[in-house]
Design a protein around this ligand. Structure first.
Ligand code: ADP
Ligand code: MG
Length: 341
């Protein structure tokens, strides 16, 4: 048994800018396990961004293409516990042989090995054996190798042999597509404004976004209510309050554009029309103030500007709010709208 979850297929994995490199590297590995430069393939990224899903997808694809290959998915925690059991029972050789027999070994969340010297040691030997024999190793982690603490140098250096590809938080369109795919798969239909609101509101963790969808459906069915935008808002606001959250750049852009009655595409474009430039600067200002995004990331969302442009925008907005009363009113208005979302 490979421990693969068929729901976590490539087919169900929505592609976006946030995951393009990792996804295509994963796909390459799936079609030529052990035969690409991506060995090991290390997928890293924050919680709920699709590491486990993508790791399964690769395993599933390999199994589909070559039913005879031995593919094993294992969480690093389980691996570590099995190893301790093997130590207790004097069966470490069996343990090692078992893992060395795999054609494809997928270990999820390797950051869990940090500080566990003997586990790292045994994994080092398994890794070497597999790699020398042209077997494929796929790892996931919450951090890239350079930031992993408590991991032996020789292991880290091997992690860097292949490719490390990251998963970023998905943008709004990708989040909507993920929700729609999930709904479609489960035969659920919702008004598009509800789907969009969900995707706007929960922007850093796909698992949480899916959780909000599930509890929304549960509440509506318990109370026999239709799922309207109002119901969604009241439910999601409660849901989101319990999960520390920051507003997203997308949401800020939407609120600012609604306020000035501008299409959001213009704000994201490179246009220098005066009214757009000002709205864009205001969006940058709030993005810097209300999110943890880097200046570079804010700039990238706002017409592909660099970090210096974002800094300049923030200064301009600050200066204007001190000299222009009407402008200050706009800003305060907007800030209220953004904080009670
Ligand atoms: P991680 O392992 O990084 O914490 P998961 O792989 O468990 O995250 O993903 C969390 C949830 O989000 C899963 O239900 C997964 O199916 C879903 N998900 C993540 N990325 C995508 C994507 N690109 N397309 C569709 N669903 C996704
Ligand atoms: Mg995971």
């Amino acid at each position: 048994d490979s421990n693969l979850n068929p729901a976590y297929s490539f087919e169900n994995f929505i592609e976006g800018d946030c995951n393009r490199l990792a996804r295509s590297a994963g796909y390459a590995v799936a079609n030529k396990p052990g035969g690409t430069a991506f060995n090991p393939l290390l997928i890293y990224g924050g919680v709920g961004l699709g590491k486990t899903h993508l790791a399964h997808a690769i395993g599933i694809e390999i199994k589909n293409n070559n039913p005879n290959k031995t593919v094993l998915y294992v969480g690093s925690e389980k691996f570590a516990h099995q190893f301790i059991d093997a130590l207790k029972n004097n069966t470490t050789n069996d343990f090692i042989h078992f893992y060395q027999m795999m054609d494809v070994l997928i270990i999820d969340d390797v950051q869990f090995f940090s500080g566990k010297e003997r586990t790292q040691d045994v994994f080092f030997h398994i890794f070497n054996h597999l790699h020398q024999n042209g077997k494929q190793i796929i790892l996931t982690s919450d951090k890239p190798p350079v930031e992993m603490q408590g991991m032996e140098q020789r292991l880290l250096s091997r992690f860097k042999w292949g490719l490390s590809a990251d998963l970023q938080a998905p943008d709004l369109e990708t989040r909507i597509a993920i929700l729609e795919k999930k709904m479609y798969g489960n035969g659920i239909e919702l008004p598009s404004e509800v789907v969009e609101y969900l995707a706007y509101s929960i922007n850093t963790n796909i698992r949480e976004m899916e959780g909000a969808l599930t509890s929304l459906l549960a509440q509506a069915s318990l109370n026999k209510k239709a799922i309207t935008l109002d119901l969604a808002k009241s439910m999601i606001d409660k849901f989101v309050k319990n999960t520390a959250r920051e507003v997203s750049i997308d949401y800020i852009q939407k609120v600012v554009c609604d306020y000035f009655d501008l299409p959001i595409e213009l704000l994201k474009s490179k246009t220098r029309k005066r009214e757009v430039v000002q709205a864009r600067q205001i969006a940058m200002y709030f993005a810097k103030k209300m999110t943890k995004s880097s200046l570079a990331n804010i700039g990238a969302h706002c017409g592909g500007k660099d970090h210096a442009t974002v800094l300049h925008a923030c200064r301009t907005v600050n200066n204007l709010s001190e000299t222009d009363k009407q402008f200050k009113v706009y800003l305060e208005d907007l800030e209220k709208k953004l904080s009670i979302q």
